[in-house]
Design a protein around this ligand. Structure first.
Ligand code: CP
Ligand code: NVA
Length: 335
């Protein structure tokens, strides 16, 4: 019996994505009221979740550990100097051994193939905690944040056959590097009918293989979001409801710091850029964090337009929803 893994938003049907966001919202409401149902509190009783992280993390680590504790389980953090993850032992051996003693592996690695390899040989669900290609837990939190902030924009009725968060027609402008956070965000946007316009400088655009995956996410969606690309930030920003960015130098790219800062000159999100680009009047700002001032000015990051701290908090509820769906409910994602 092969477990179901959560490696990318591409693994979810639109209905499952909607359900996970809704479930995260329900957990948030309950936790805020101090009313976590006993069923949730005991859902991981006696279970260990291995957290194998070979890169630094604040939000993903804290939210996953807190989620597992909220659900009555034991989070076991295994950093890169603690275990033989891809060093001194094959991923096959690591995966077979760790999955024989735990109920889930939450893994942060570099190459996506490392996490995919672990998943292939694991007898328990693997949840991607960030690879060079994807960051699905971030995307669940991001769409919870968007769902909380934007009232339904469309007349598309939510139904079992056509599940919808009512965000159709909303426009996201991603200004900056085409990276892991963008890829899952774009896949989700297409599935949820949200348009996403990406402005990246030459040499930092979406790789063709990833573009194919993003566009393929429209399959079977009656109202898919549109993906557009440009190298001019102002073009992407036109009529956008949400401006999003991430670091220009992801973990593992530190040696390219200077080259990247030069390439991204003019891409910093400022009030002036938003105005010149013609963002919608009530535009909001999002960022997965950690943040560096070069990609967004303080005037935006710390302004009332900024959703970054609720977005970070929402990582907790996203983690609970994902662990519940993939570990407790064994990959069955239904409301
Ligand atoms: N957004 C996010 O994943 O942050 P961390 O790298 O701190 O976990
Ligand atoms: N793009 C960033 C995201 C960190 C959460 C990185 O990969 O370092």
């Amino acid at each position: 019996f092969a477990p179901r893994h959560f490696l990318s938003i591409a693994d979810l049907t639109p209905a499952e994505l909607v359900t996970l966001v809704r479930s995260a919202k329900t957990h948030k409401t309950n936790i805020k009221k101090g009313l976590v149902p006993k069923k949730v509190q005991e859902s991981l009783n006696g279970k260990t979740v291995a957290m194998m992280f070979n890169k630094r993390s604040t939000r993903t680590r804290v939210s996953t550990e807190a989620a597992v504790v909220t659900m009555g389980g034991h989070p076991m953090f295994l950093g890169k100097d603690d275990i033989q993850l891809g060093v001194n032992e094959s991923l096959y051996d690591t995966s077979v051994v760790i999955s024989s003693m735990t109920s889930c592996m939450v893994v942060r690695a570099g190459e996506h193939s490392e996490v995919a390899d672990l998943a292939k040989h694991s007898s328990v669900p693997v949840i991607n905690a960030l690879t060079n290609d994807y960051h699905p837990l971030q995307t669940i939190a991001d769409f919870l944040t968007i769902h909380e902030t934007f009232p339904p924009t469309s007349s598309v009725k939510d139904s079992l056959t056509n599940p919808s968060l009512g965000l159709e027609g909303l426009k996201i402008a991603w200004i900056g590097d085409s990276n892991n956070v963008l890829f899952d965000l774009a896949i989700a946007s297409v599935k949820l009918g949200v348009d996403i316009s990406v402005a990246s400088p030459k040499g930092f655009t979406i790789p063709p293989r990833m573009k194919e995956i993003i566009l393929a996410s429209a399959k079977g969606v009656s109202n898919p979001g549109k993906l557009t690309e440009t190298s001019v930030p102002e073009e992407a920003i036109k009529d956008a409801d949400i401006l999003v960015t991430d670091t220009w130098v992801s973990m593992g790219q530190e040696e390219e710091y200077k080259k990247r800062l030069e390439a991204f000159a003019g891409y910093q999100i400022t009030n002036d850029l938003a105005k010149r680009g013609g963002a919608k009047e009530g535009w909001k700002f999002m960022h997965c964090l950690p943040r560096h001032p070069e990609e967004v000015a303080d005037e935006v990051f710390y302004s009332p337009r900024s959703l970054v701290f609720p977005e970070a908090e929402n990582r907790l509820y996203a983690a609970i929803a994902a662990i519940e769906a993939f570990v407790v409910n064994k990959g069955k994602i239904v409301e």
